[in-house]
Design a protein around this ligand. Structure first.
Ligand code: NAD
Length: 333
């Protein structure tokens, strides 16, 4: 067992957090991750209203007696969500761990901290990480350019960002973006993280509430099958490279540029959601990180986390044999 600040803080067995994922972070997945020894997370905005989130929290609680969290992401949306309402309901329902992400999280972070909650804040630059630390977050989730969804506008890969975090941050952090297996976890620990956040990897599990065709598509895809949309709107998002995504990029590259209104019909989240319902990977925009190139199966969350735990121990053992005074053994490395 790998014991870190994160496992002790959240009372979990494996230092793995399931990141917030729009339309994917629903009760069955969050509960399965928590039951498997990680921290499952419900994505608040996947619910149509704060009251629907209340129902989802109660549903999750019926499925697991372990700790789980709620994600609230503050990024541009077509319809402004009632962020405060979602936050209030989650706290009322006894949720004690929150993952926040996006712009101007100060008021939300202060609210959660005033209620004694644990806040994991996701950020894509050291500057934002330091500012969130000052606001009192408990753990930073350092999100590299490899991530699915919104990597920010600075394009800093996880290897550098995490090494910078080790140099600069005074509070614990986990690694996010590009992690799907034991090697990723151990690399993150080597870079000073006390755990990892995984999103796309959990999309391809038995309990993930998306159509089997999409899971099969993830398994069949390579690390070259994602692209960035919204670069010109300063709201960059890494998504699966399908025809719709390529059309959005082409519109953004038109001479004279594009306005968000020019792509709105292609990118609406409600349309992307149908991809997960109808199983057509070409139907709309869906988030995916380059780890789709690493994913070769769709196990239960229990099998996945047990495997990562076991293989992480093996990788750490293999690294130990690199020491010059180590007893020579047949290392895999
Ligand atoms: P939505 O239907 O409101 O919008 C669809 C996409 O367009 C989202 O990526 C959104 O950020 C973007 N968008 C909306 N208005 C915009 C504008 N004026 N300028 C530039 N971009 C704009 O979103 P949804 O699918 O219902 O998702 C709800 C929220 O969750 C959004 O803020 C979305 O960004 C966020 N989200 C985050 C991730 C991630 O980071 N992994 C993944 C999916 C969605």
């Amino acid at each position: 067992m790998i014991s870190t600040h994160l496992t002790r803080l959240l009372d979990i067995r494996v230092p793995i957090v399931q990141g917030g994922m729009q339309w994917v972070g629903l009760p069955p997945l969050a509960a399965a991750v928590s039951n498997a020894g990680g921290l499952g997370i419900l994505t608040a905005l996947s619910q149509p209203s704060p009251e629907a989130l209340r129902t989802a929290i109660r549903e999750t609680r019926k499925l697991t007696s372990n700790n789980f969290g709620v994600n609230l992401t503050l990024l541009p949306t077509l319809v402004p969500p009632d962020y405060e309402g979602y936050a209030r309901v989650a706290v009322e329902e006894g949720v004690r761990v929150f993952e926040t992400a996006g712009n101007n999280p100060g008021p939300l972070i202060r609210f959660f901290k005033s209620k004694g909650c644990i806040v994991i804040h996701k950020c894509t630059t050291i500057r934002h990480a330091k500012s969130a630390a000052k606001m009192g977050v408990d753990v930073l989730s350092i999100d590299g350019f490899e991530c699915a969804g919104h990597p920010g506008e600075e394009d800093i890969g996880a290897l550098i960002l995490l090494a910078r975090a080790a140099q600069e941050l005074k509070i614990p952090y986990i690694a996010s973006g590009g992690i799907a297996d034991a090697r990723g976890l151990v690399a993150a620990l080597a870079l000073g993280a006390c755990g990892v956040n995984m999103g796309t990897r959990f999309m391809c599990t038995v309990e993930s509430p998306i159509h089997q065709n999409i899971k099969d598509k993830i398994i069949a895809s390579s690390e070259q099958d994602t692209t960035h949309i919204f670069r010109t709107f300063h709201n960059t998002a890494r998504v699966f490279k399908n025809k719709v995504a390529q059309e959005v990029v082409a519109i953004e590259r038109r001479p004279g540029g594009a306005k968000f209104e020019d792509v709105r019909h292609l990118v609406a989240g409600a349309r992307g959601r149908l991809v997960y319902d109808n199983g057509d990977p070409e139907y709309g925009i869906w988030s995916a990180s380059g780890v789709i190139g690493l994913i070769t199966d769709s196990p239960t969350c229990e099998v996945l986390l047990r495997r990562i735990e076991r293989e992480a121990e093996e990788v750490i053992g293999g690294l130990a044999t690199l020491r010059s005074d180590a007893t020579p053994v047949k290392a895999k490395l």
